[in-house]
Design a protein around this ligand. Structure first.
Ligand SMILES: Cc1ncc(COP(=O)(O)O)c(C=O)c1O
Length: 387
């Protein structure tokens, strides 16, 4: 099938570009002490994780159990959940994965959660594995003092959970301009280093020191003591990331749309907020001449100097400004080589898979508190800002 035969709006994934992105990141890590454990929250399809592993990744990072279950079903891993897994329903799913023999490690940051994981694992007769999440400056989840990290690592050991190390994600740095990014990332990695030192002094030297995102992969990947980097966005490079790292990686994910109206200064295409997100700024066309300046549910206002050449029925390819939240609105990637569609890959890994809903009637969104700290609380529902 050719691209112009597709109905719209639909996601296109350029496989040549994806393969080059995977190869470039793999080349950076080739021969380094730090390795790549790419984040699955970006591709959410096993075909890409499989290619990343084949290119040398040491495992896959996920944000949630739904993603871990997809990988486990595809036989891919080892899996690191770079997030808190909180609440009895999720712990049942976690121990079910462990009981299947899946190599899965979760992050922890609170005593209550460690005890709950230990209890669930004991009841299921499995051994859970965990790393401590350190707050390296993003102020999301994570321990704040090295003493807290050491205490939590000790508690893991006492509770019979296999303690494996720590993580810290410098999400507050990844999208900053270069000089500021460097400074903020180094400060964050320095904080992680202090926690590593304290663990080592306590006889709990970490086997895993996991950090980093796409904007900081080169800094984190060369930082002494770091064992792995969790970059995810590099594989698709959305519009926001393309501004931050304009040369290393190529934008591979676009949304194909159809122009449905042309009105002088502006045109309208058939992609709205139900197929495209704009919290990272207005999406642009791939040639940069059109901006999706306003989104209704099923309409986008296109403005810019490209409007003059548009007619009803024309196709416009938009580059999502935030790929991760846009692809989450779709079920499938139409995988292209040039103008040919060569494959269709499903987009998987919802937080609570559809087959496992709570059976609730009506539309409610229930979130679980996953972290508390002085003056803050985090729950497991988010827009995905900076991760
Ligand atoms: C914990 C964690 N690690 C790594 C990443 C990957 O970051 P990036 O999108 O910059 O590749 C994210 C982003 O959401 C994250 O939340």
């Amino acid at each position: 099938m050719r691209i112009d035969e597709l109905d719209t709006p639909c996601l296109l994934l350029d496989l040549d570009r994806v393969e080059r992105n995977i190869a470039r990141m793999a080349a950076f890590f080739d021969g380094r002490p730090a390795r790549l454990r790419p984040h699955f929250k970006t591709p959410k399809t096993p075909e890409i994780a499989r290619r990343q592993l084949a290119a040398g990744a040491i495992g896959i990072t996920v944000a949630k159990l739904g993603e871990a279950e997809v990988l486990a079903d595809a036989g891919l891993g080892p899996i690191l959940v770079a997030n808190q897994v909180v609440g009895a329903p999720k712990l049942r799913r976690l121990v079910a994965l462990l009981a299947r023999g899946v190599d899965i490690t979760v992050a922890v940051e609170s005593e209550a959660n460690v005890r709950a994981i230990a209890e669930a694992a004991r009841e299921a007769g499995v051994v859970a594995q965990a790393i401590v999440e350190v707050d390296s400056g993003m102020h999301r989840c994570g321990t704040t003092t090295p003493a807290e990290t050491v205490a939590l690592a000790r508690l893991l050991v006492e509770c019979g959970i296999r303690y494996r190390g720590l993580m810290g994600y410098e999400g507050h740095a990844v999208l900053l301009p270069p000089e500021e990014r460097q400074g903020k990332a180094e400060a964050a990695l320095g904080i992680v280093g202090e926690h590593v030192e304290a663990l080592a002094e306590a006889g709990l030297a970490p086997e895993i020191v996991s950090v980093g995102g796409t904007g900081t992969y080169a800094i984190a990947g060369a930082w002494p003591g770091v064992t792995e980097v969790q970059a995810g966005s590099y594989v698709f490079m959305d519009g926001r990331y393309q501004q931050v790292l304009p040369v290393e990686f190529e934008s591979a994910l676009t949304l194909l749309t159809t122009v449905i109206a042309v009105h002088g200064e502006y045109a309208v295409c058939d992609a709205g907020a139900k197929s495209l997100t704009n919290e990272f700024g207005a999406p642009r066309s791939v040639d940069g001449r059109l901006t999706a300046a306003r989104l209704s549910e099923e309409h986008a206002h296109l403005t810019g100097d490209g409007v003059g050449g548009l007619a009803v029925g024309d196709r416009v390819e938009l580059l999502p400004s935030h790929g991760d939240t846009t692809l989450n609105l779709h079920d499938v990637y139409h995988v292209r080589r040039g103008d040919e569609i060569v494959e269709e890959w499903p987009i998987l890994g919802a937080q609570v898979p559809l087959t496992r809903t709570n059976g609730a009637a009506g539309v409610h969104y229930r979130a679980t508190d996953i972290a508390r700290g002085p003056g803050r609380m985090r729950c497991d529902s988010a827009l995905g800002v900076a991760g």
